[in-house]
Design a protein around this ligand. Structure first.
Ligand code: FMN
Length: 371
C-alpha cells in the first residue's frame, strides 16, 4: 500500500487510504481472503460472523490475522434465544417442502438449533480483541459495549432511523452504520415497523450525523466514487459498501448469484421476509415469490432462515439461481461497468481514484467565479 492519505477522522484512526468499509455480508461473500485483501489494499475489511459458532468465529479471525496485520472488523446479529413451537415449524414446512421436493430433497423437519447463541458469540468476540466490531438487528447494553471497548474494540451500531441511532448513542457506541433503504440483504431495523424505516441513504445520513454527533458510516446504494463523495458530503466518515464487493473474485458465493447481481436492473429488487422471516432486500426470483404467496406460513427469523437454508444450498450447488436468496442492493447495475471477477484490492484502488476525481471536480466547480 502507498502512503496513507486520510480523508476523515475515522479513516485516519484506522489508517485507511480510502474511506471505504467492505460491508460484512453473511452467507459466504466475506471470506477471510476478502477481508484481508480489502484491509491490505487500504480500506476496512469486515467479517460477517453471525452464522458462526464461537469456534468457527475464532478460526476465521485467526485466518484473517495470518493474512493481514492491518485493522479489520467482525459483525454479529443481536438475537434473543429462540425456541419456536412445533406448530410454527410444521406450518412453515408445508410451504417449504414442495420446493425441497422439486430440488430432490426429502421433507424438512424441526431442527435442534435455529441460530448460534448470541451471548456465547459475544463472549468469544470480547476474547478475540478485534480492532472493530459491529452489530445489527438490535442494540447492546451499555455494559456489553464497555466490555468490548475495554478489550480494545471500536464499537459500531447499525441504525435505520434516528431513534435507533440514539439508542446506540445512549449505549456508548463509538460510531453508527446508517443503513439506507437501498441496501442489500437484511434490514437492521429493531425499533418500530420495517416499512416505516425505509429511509433512503441521502435523507438518513445527515439526520444521524445531526442527531448523534458520532462518526456515521453510510450504507446503501453506494457503488462507485460518486457515491463515496456524496456520502462524505452528507457528513459520513466512510462508505460501507456491500453489493459492490459481492461480485468480487474473493466473494465465496455461488457464481450464479454473481451473474444475477451483474444482470440486475434498478427495479429488480424487493424487500421481503419470505425467505428468512426477517425483511431483506434481494432480486426477485421464484423462491421469493412462491414463499411470499403464503404469508401466514412464514416463520419468524431465524426459524424460516434455518428451514430454507438446505434448499438454498442445494440450489447454489446446482447453479440454480431461481431458488437461492439473491440478496442485492438497488445500486447493483452500477457494478456492471467493472470487469467480471475483479479482485477486491483492484476494486478498492478503483474506488480510491474515482472518489478523489469526483471530489476534485466538485472542488473545481466551487472555485469558479460567481456570476
Ligand atoms: C449479501 C449481503 C449480506 C449482508 N450481510 C450482512 C451482515 O451479515 N451483517 C450486517 O450488518 N449487514 C449485512 N449486510 C448489509 C450491509 O452491511 C450493508 O448495509 C449493505 O450492503 C449496504 O448496501 P449496498 O449493498 O447497496 O452496498 C449484507 C448485505 C449484503 C448485500
Amino acid at each position: 500500500m502507498s502512503e496513507p492519505r486520510y480523508a476523515t477522522p475515522f479513516a485516519e484512526r484506522f489508517k485507511l487510504n480510502v474511506p471505504v468499509i467492505q460491508a460484512p455480508m453473511a452467507g459466504g461473500p466475506t471470506s477471510p481472503a476478502m477481508v484481508a485483501a480489502v484491509s491490505n489494499a487500504g480500506a476496512l475489511g469486515f467479517l460477517a460472523a453471525a452464522p458462526f459458532s464461537p469456534e468457527k468465529l475464532a478460526a476465521e479471525v485467526t485466518a484473517i490475522r495470518s493474512l493481514t496485520t492491518r485493522p479489520f472488523g467482525v459483525n454479529l446479529f443481536i438475537l434473543e434465544p429462540n425456541t419456536p413451537d412445533d406448530a410454527t415449524v410444521r406450518l412453515a414446512l408445508t410451504a417449504i417442502d414442495p420446493i425441497r421436493a422439486a430440488l430432490g430433497l426429502p421433507p424438512g423437519h424441526p431442527l435442534e438449533h435455529y441460530a448460534p447463541d448470541f451471548r456465547t458469540q459475544l463472549d468469544m468476540l470480547v476474547e478475540l480483541r478485534v480492532p472493530v466490531v459491529s452489530f445489527t438487528f438490535g442494540v447492546l447494553s451499555a455494559n456489553d459495549v464497555s466490555r468490548l471497548q475495554a478489550a480494545g474494540s471500536y464499537v459500531i451500531g447499525t441504525a435505520t432511523h434516528v431513534a435507533e441511532a440514539l439508542a446506540w448513542h445512549a449505549a456508548g457506541a463509538d460510531a453508527i452504520a446508517a443503513q439506507g433503504a437501498e441496501a442489500g440483504a437484511h434490514r437492521g431495523t429493531f425499533i418500530g415497523a420495517f416499512e416505516h424505516a425505509l429511509v433512503g441513504t441521502l435523507a438518513l445520513v445527515p439526520q444521524l450525523v445531526d442527531a448523534t454527533g458520532l462518526p456515521v458510516l453510510a450504507a446503501g446504494g453506494i457503488m462507485d466514487g460518486r457515491g463515496i463523495a456524496a456520502a462524505l458530503a452528507l457528513g459520513a466518515q466512510a462508505a460501507q459498501m456491500g453489493t459492490a464487493f459481492l461480485t468480487c473474485a474473493e466473494s465465496a458465493i455461488p457464481p450464479v448469484w454473481k451473474t444475477r447481481v451483474r444482470a440486475a436492473t434498478d427495479t429488480d429488487t424487493t424487500v421481503t421476509s419470505a425467505i428468512t422471516g426477517r425483511h431483506a432486500r434481494g432480486i426477485r426470483n421464484p423462491l421469493m415469490q412462491q414463499l411470499a404467496a403464503q404469508p401466514e406460513q412464514i416463520a419468524p427469523y431465524p426459524v424460516q432462515n434455518a428451514l430454507t437454508q438446505e434448499l438454498r444450498q442445494a440450489a447454489g450447488r446446482a447453479g440454480n439461481g431461481d431458488y437461492l436468496s439473491l440478496w442485492s442492493g438497488q445500486g447493483a447495475p452500477l457494478g456492471q461497468k467493472r470487469p467480471v471477477n475483479l479482485s477486491a484490492a483492484d476494486l478498492v484502488h478503483q474506488l480510491d481514484e474515482e472518489w478523489r476525481a469526483v471530489a476534485a471536480e466538485i472542488g473545481a466547480l466551487a472555485h469558479q467565479p460567481k456570476r
